[in-house]
Design a protein around this ligand. Structure first.
Ligand code: ADP
Ligand code: MG
Length: 441
């Protein structure tokens, strides 16, 4: 207890020193203290101190030793302690900032200086919310700050600090507070760890993993395509020939049974199914005949104009408004015009088929990072989540007469162009297919 009292006494004495220094030399200063509700004068435990201005000099008697220079010795000890504490704050490997109840900066250690580029003198007394916080986070940090002021501490939060150069640093904070003898918060102390470099390293790792997965997936796709190519080359001829014969004879029979309704129905079914089988085989053949693209430097803007002209009549016939939002100027890309046109028409075809009750088909283009993109967007039925990762798999179709090979061909062509297709779709709202092509050097 004695030690505790002495610490308190030292603090009070330090305040007295400051009080005295602002009084005029002639004035007599008398300060009385109560400890545990008692005031005892002229005894060692009593904190009464008289200060007299004597010939322009202050004479202060220490209540402990009753000597005139006692107080200045205590003051020196206090100063030494303050310096020690300041050095400790500066050597800890953490950001330490002390704020008053308004959020004004009272202490700002070396780690804070290093992280922000501000020195203590530049930030001293300035409001942390105006100086260091990003505007989007001011409100949420104020909520945490007010909680501490209302006694809810310690607590933790994470936010950005803006450096002197205007860069953002992500910092995680542990907050606590210093209270007065009544338990009212006087200062808020926040100890922080700068996560910026760690987060950047994590992002880099994530990107590397994504890239790895993309390469792995595209390898898988190429393997699938190679298998399909082999298979189709082997069996297509064998199947297509008898099917064409069946189709021909079915047409002949149909003509010969014109009066007989039941037979007419049967033969119509045979013809429909045979046509569907031949459609599948034709798509297969396109895939089997898939050749390496012949890449030449060309204008995407011009190609889009041609796609638009090709698709316009079909859009009109299906009560679909065709909107064109192509960029006027785009860097030229290396592509095989015939193949890329096939991809875009295929995507438009799917979009039109998704809008059975009409809608809007939007063709747009633009640049993103080092790529040029072309987007085909519809307001059709959209694609359910569980189907999204099946897109492009051979034979995946939800249409009665679909082959499920259109997207597979599109993916193969775009992958051979070193590009990619990204799909964004919401069920009941529509889909967008974005074809990205690298801009040629
Ligand atoms: P197909 O058109 O013969 O069915 P695709 O490979 O072109 O084969 O398409 C596969 C499936 O992907 C379609 O059956 C459909 O379910 C879905 N799909 C593709 N594009 C769209 C789109 N724009 N809107 C909704 N579904 C789509
Ligand atoms: Mg299709």
């Amino acid at each position: 207890m004695q030690i505790l009292y002495q610490t308190k006494i030292m603090k009070e004495l330090s305040d007295i020193c400051q009080n005295i220094s602002v009084k005029t030399m002639e004035e007599e200063v008398s300060v009385k203290y109560k400890i545990k509700g008692e005031t005892k004068e002229n005894s060692k435990s009593c904190l009464t101190c008289d200060c007299h201005g004597v010939q322009g000099k202050l004479k202060v008697c220490c209540p402990f030793c009753n000597k005139p220079d006692g107080l200045s010795r205590i003051h020196k000890v206090l100063e030494g302690k303050c310096q020690l504490l300041a050095s400790v704050l500066d050597t800890v490997n953490a950001l330490v900032v002390v704020l008053d109840k308004e959020g004004k900066i009272i202490e700002f250690n070396k780690s804070c200086e290093k992280a922000t580029g501000y020195c203590f003198n530049e930030v001293k007394g300035r409001n942390i919310f105006d100086l260091l916080l990003v505007s989007e986070e001011v409100d949420s940090v104020k909520v945490a700050f007010n909680k501490i002021k209302n006694g809810y501490f310690p607590n933790e939060n994470e936010n950005y600090w803006l450096t002197k150069q205007g860069l953002k640093r992500r910092i995680t904070w542990s907050n606590t507070a210093l209270t007065d003898t009544q338990g009212k918060v006087q200062y808020i102390i926040a100890t922080g760890k700068d996560l910026t470099d760690q987060r950047a390293a994590e992002d880099e790792l994530q990107n590397a993993i994504h890239q790895y997965l993309r390469i792995k997936n595209s390898l898988k796709e190429s393997e699938k395509l190679a298998a399909i190519g082999l298979m189709s080359a082997g069996i297509t001829h064998e199947i297509k020939n008898p099917l064409t014969v069946i189709q021909g004879f079915a047409q002949l029979i149909k003509k010969n049974v014109e009066g007989e309704r039941v037979l007419q129905d049967y033969i119509t079914t045979i013809l429909e199914e045979t046509n569907q089988a031949i459609r599948i085989i034709n798509d297969f053949l396109k895939l089997a005949r898939f050749r390496e693209p012949v890449l030449t430097k060309q204008s995407v803007v011009k190609l889009m104009g041609e796609v638009r002209a090709s698709i316009e009549p079909q859009a009109l016939a299906n009560n679909i408004t065709l909107e064109y939002k192509g960029a006027d100027i785009l860097p030229e890309c290396m592509f095989d015009k015939q193949q890329l046109k096939q991809v875009l028409i295929n995507l438009c075809q799917n979009a039109i088929e998704a809008m059975t009750d009409g809608g809007i088909l939007t063709l747009s283009s633009g640049s993103h990072c080092n790529d040029t993109f072309i987007e085909i967007k519809d307001t059709g039925r959209g694609i359910p989540c569980e189907s999204l990762n099946k897109l492009g798999l051979p034979f995946f179709t939800t249409k009665e007469h679909g082959t499920g090979l259109g997207l597979n061909i599109c993916y193969a062509i775009i992958s051979a162009h070193n590009g990619r297709i990204e799909v964004d779709s919401r069920e009941g709202q529509g889909s967008s297919f974005r074809v990205y092509l690298p801009v040629s050097a």
